[in-house]
Design a protein around this ligand. Sequence first.
Ligand code: ATP
Ligand code: MG
Length: 510
Amino acid sequence: MTEKYRLRVSRVTKLFPGVVALDKIDFSVKAGSVHVLCGENGAGKSTLMKIINGVYQADAGQIFIDERPVRIGSPADARRLGISMIFQELSSVPELTVAENLFLGEWPTNAFGKVDWKQMREKTRRLLRQEGLGYSPDTKLRDLTVSDVQMLEIIKAVSRNSRVVIMDEPTSAITQREVAALFDKIQALKARGVSIIYISHKLDEIFRIADEITVFRDGRVVSAHPAAELNIDAVISMMVGRKLENSYPKEPVPLGEVLLEVEGLCGDAFQDVSFHVRRGEIVGFAGLMGAGRTEVMRAVFGLDVFQSGTVKTEGKPVRVRGVSDSIRSGIAMLSEDRRRYGIVPVRSVRENCTLANLKRVIHGGRLHVEQENKLVGQMFDRMSVKTPSFDTPIQALSGGNQQKVLLAKWMLLDPDILILDEPTRGIDVGAKYEIYRLMMELAKEGKAIVMVSSELPELLGMCDRVYVMRRGSVAGELKKEEFSQELIMKYAATKAGDSDKTGGPTSDAA
Ligand SMILES: Nc1ncnc2c1ncn2[C@@H]1O[C@H](COP(=O)(O)OP(=O)(O)OP(=O)(O)O)[C@@H](O)[C@H]1O
Ligand SMILES: [Mg+2]
């Protein structure tokens, strides 16, 4: 071998009950370069990274750092070898403060062996200031937005003196401006000779930073090339093993009566928000992160309280005091943050899927497992969910497949009104198309669909109308004929000097 690699993985195999997650993987990363890993949901990307980070042990194979064989028995071993990782499923502890999370596992101690809180807080404050983040070291993580938390994870991994930094979908929940900041950081790390392994389903993004691209399919490496030799289409066809239609499966649907009508909704993070959705209509919500879209939807769905305003379904006012009220009125919502609000990690895939739905499978006080299996099976086929069995705990599924199970859960409820908050986050290109198709089918059945998304192309591709939110208010409404990315950006942009009340430090003025 002529090349010396910072990290080399040789013939690594990993078996889980019922799946070969990795099958004799060879993978090598040069010093000072960005190595991107692509592949469909469940291809084995996160599993390999967890092995490199010592979370899982390989069943066979060998890992080399600077061409020396190493044993990585735990994340602490990985840290000692200079490896750090940003997890796809955020690993921070909501009840701890920012400072405690930043130094998790390595809290500084004083001469008496006690935790040195003062030093920890001071260091954190310096780091936050340096990164331009406005919150305090004492803020509890549960009080931060998803994007704040993700940014914190990034800072945590990058601030350590690492030689290999693994980023598993680091940009799934951060703003454009933060993405730019992250990419600057990656360049700086590279210049210091650090190796970066980067996993993302955002294919346009990876070409901005990749030096090398390796594609996984079903636990095997199907391609490993310098990025310069590849393009998006080539990567897609290697990922899914076939060509994909690139268009959106949108068809015209005759619109019916107004199913959901929200008037003058006011809450902590939004003011005077009004919108409506008709039968058969797909209505988009665009806006920068922190503009209040998620907060409005959470209030409509009864996850949060609102102060004033009305929510009507089929013309009748609903008293939304909690989720059960909205579910009873035919509303369902897929939440953007599946870790906090979506899944019950240790429960089985089947239970997670039928949780909101017990009425359909309980008759006379008995749970009908057979019927449950049949319903879940149908839905999973429709969405091509990849799981070893229905009894697998949902936390064992790949990130994208967890998202699909959650979507299946709400579909089983057969709601009239479906609110989807970032439905394709973490979903691979092939499965994205399946989700769009599913949305289209539902619209044709006469459902009303709200799609909150940060990806403008999918909003423009799938929606009949788009509302744009800015700083907690609806700043504009676009009919299909008026659709353009420029117009949406114009409505969404915060003027210079505006500070975003709802987003705080994460507001995106880019
Ligand atoms: N702890 C576990 N127990 C059992 N099976 C697991 C476990 N972790 C992963 N798997 C399985 O291993 C396979 C690979 O999963 P992995 O999470 O590595 O996929 P991924 O490429 O990261 O996908 P995604 O893009 O959806 O994040 C999947 O079939 C998954 O269900
Ligand atoms: Mg993954």
